[in-house]
Structure formats: structure tokens, C-alpha cells
Design a protein around this ligand. Sequence first.
Ligand code: ADP
Length: 465
Amino acid sequence: MNILHISAECFPVAKVGGLADVVGALPKYQKELDTTSNVVMPYYNNKFTENNSFEEVYENYIALGNEYYNFKVLKLKDEQLGFDLFCVDIPDLLYKNYVYSNDDTARFLAFQIATLDWFLTFEKKPDIIHTHDHHTGLIPFMMSHSYKYEALKNIPTVLTIHNAQYQGWFPHEKVNLIPPFNFDKVGLLDWKGTINPLAAAIKCAWKVTTVSPSYMEELKLSANGLENLLNHENAKCVGILNGIDWNVWNPKTDERLIKNYTTSNVVSGKSTNKEWLCKEFSLDIKKPLFAFIGRLVGEKGADLFPQIFKVALAEKKISILLLGSGHKETESALTAMPKENFNTFIGYDEKLAHIIYAGADFLLMPSRVEPCGLNQMYSLRYGTVPVVNAIGGLKDTIIDIDNENGFGIIHHGVSVEKVTKAIKKATTFYNEKGFHENLKKMMSIDNSWGNSAQEYVNLYKSLKN
Ligand code: ADP
């Protein structure tokens, strides 16, 4: 079975968040299950494309409304990723030093059209086309209803929703950007009066998945306007929990760490990484270190951080280190906070993220929305206790220490009071006898892709029968 993933992000080529991690890992694990699984993504102007060689495999031009754009499909020469990587190069639109911006309608529509134009030339068509989020959400519609893609009509499509908050809306006046289609079908593009690529994908894809079972159920109640649609399409919807890339995220071999470790030397291994962090960020190594890594947005509860941290730090019993960027107001409020037992790195830094997963004692995730969440799984793998709100994938992966099999700390709901109470519970746990035993327990939990990759393959097979 030949599967093509189409995505705006893919680790390590271009990463903004979890989407990249999933698209960079899932194909590798699907390959182990006797499938051929490869990735198509835009060609951006970044370090990865600068430092790697590509060969041209196709060249043509596309029409986007009345504009014409030349494009090339470039294949990564090296086989380092564990799958074939194809990048669509549209210099005027995609070759930028960012992934997302405010002209994304044209950029990602051009990407999708160029990708499908290229597929038309394949002698042997893919067996499954797997799209991810709204950036590739018009593909199922175009394959079913744009005249020029008639030859792709019978290829099953799968949409995975990594985040339903963002839907790629654009006004009907821009409908002529989409290659001509049977206009009776225009309603499939529409949701509440605008063209909504995510809604169109939910309507037109053969199967719709979310990145955790709980997130699928939550979306039926709250999905930024798409609740009724998801309820209506319930029969083709399923939640499949993400895994993590067991080889990239491995404290035994992770080259980004200050010191590697396994379950047998986890205490000293973590301590060396913590020591480096404390030195670098002027923190007290004796205090339990709480960390946050991620986007500073409301979904992650980040607007409450200044208040939460102020209350949590008042007793001077803990340290907090934050790595992230996002809303400017939150960034400024955090930067202005006194640097006593507290520090921030405002920005994106993959290496530092790895060292924090290794060196922190606790990882804070007071998310209001968390489709799957990868950070809590990385933190378990590195022996760091996740302190999480019971939502989405966090609910599906973390069990509170008050339960027999528990290993993490859960709060129900996001408020200054609830999160600081959870931090207090964590601080008490830090001084308890079971804390060190728990490090090993967390590290032994298997959240690798194995089972989930198989679930996807089963889903594809059900579409081919
Ligand atoms: P998101 O909602 O942002 O996609 P996920 O939990 O699915 O959240 O994935 C987040 C991924 O991005 C993780 O690999 C996390 O380590 C990484 N990440 C987020 N922010 C940063 C940052 N500022 N620096 C380094 N890595 C980051």
C-alpha cells in the first residue's frame, strides 16, 4: 500500500508544533508495517533546505485564478528521514523563512493544486492520500469535484485534525482560486457563509481522524463552530492517539542532552541536565524545577502564567523555567517578572527543549485545549512528571498519582487556584519517598508510535476493501 501524507509541516524540515512531529514520525513507523509511506510538503527557505541537497523530479506551472506560477517538485537526495520527502517549490509563494503568515490562502491553495497536478502525472497512483489540518483541507474536495482531477476521484482520502481551532476560512469571492468544479457542489466548501477548508475536508474526506479519542469527543461539543458538522459526520470519525518518535526522543542517545541516561542512572542523569539549566538560567538546583515548553496562547493556558507563577513562587519553594513564544502581551508580562527562582527563554529552541525535558522535575501543561499533546509524552520518556489539565490527549495519557497506577498530576479545569494547587501537590510529591521510583515508572511507559501506526494502517485497509 502506497500512502502519501500531505502537510504544511514535517520534522525536521520545518516545525511550528506537534503537526511536524507527527508527520515526521508516522511514515517511518508505517513503513515498518509493510506500507510505503512518504511526505509531500512546501519547500521553505530555512536551514534544512539550505543544508540539504534536493533533486528535481517534476516541473510545471499552475493557475491560481488569473495568476500563473511556476513550480517544481524537489526530492530530498539523502535518505536520512526514513521516508521519501517531496517538497513543492513555488518560489513566489512558498519559499519564505516562515511556515505560516497572513497570505496563507493563496500559498496553501497553490501548494495543494501543484501537488494534485503532479499526482495526475503518476503512472501508478497512490493508494491513500492522507491530508493534515486545514492547510491541505481542500484536497479531498478538489479530488472529488474539480474536473481536472477526475482521474484521482477514486483514491481514498483521510483527514487528520491536529487542531480544529484554525480552519483556513476565506471569502466566497476567492472561490475562483479553486480549479473549476461542478458548482452544484459549492455548498461542500461552505460553512456558515464562508469557504471553510477544514469543514470541506470533514465533509469530503473518506475518513476523519483526530489525534486522540478524547479530543474527538470534545470536538463534538466544542469545535470553533464545527460541532454540528462533526456530529453529523460521526460515522466516519475516529480518534487515534499520537505516538512519539521513540528514536528521536530517547534520553539514552539524545545528542542534544548534556548527559544521556537510562532508567538505571536516571537520578544522576537528570541531575546533570538540571545543573546545566540552573547555571544557565540562574536557578537554585535544590528546588524542584517546574518547566513549560510551548506556544504562549490561550489554548495552552499561557495568559494565566504571570498570575500562576506569582502565586506559585511566593513561598520560594520552587523554580520555574519557561521556553516559548506567542502572544506579545504574555511575553512582555513574563519578561517583566522578577528573575528570582524564575527565568524565561522567549523564542524557539529545539536543543533547549530537549535539555528541559531531561533536566526539569515537572512539566506544566495547564491547557484549555490539547488535541493530543506530545510534550507530556516526551516528559514521561525523560522521567519528568507532567502536571496537566484533564483535557483531550492529556486525559488519555496521564494518570494521577492518587490512583494505583498513577504517575502524573492532574487538575480538573484551568484557573490560578487549580494550577497552583496542583503545583503544591507536586512540590509535596517531590519530597516523598516514591518520587525517585516514579521516575523509572514514567520512563517505562511505552508511548511509541507502534500501536497507533497500526491503527492508521487498519483504517487505510478498511477504505481499500
Ligand atoms: P502544539 O499545539 O503547539 O502543536 P504539541 O504538544 O502537539 O503542541 O507539540 C509541541 C511540540 O513543539 C513539541 O515537540 C514541543 O517540544 C515543541 N515546542 C513548542 N514550543 C517550543 C519552543 N519554544 N522551543 C522548542 N520546542 C518547542
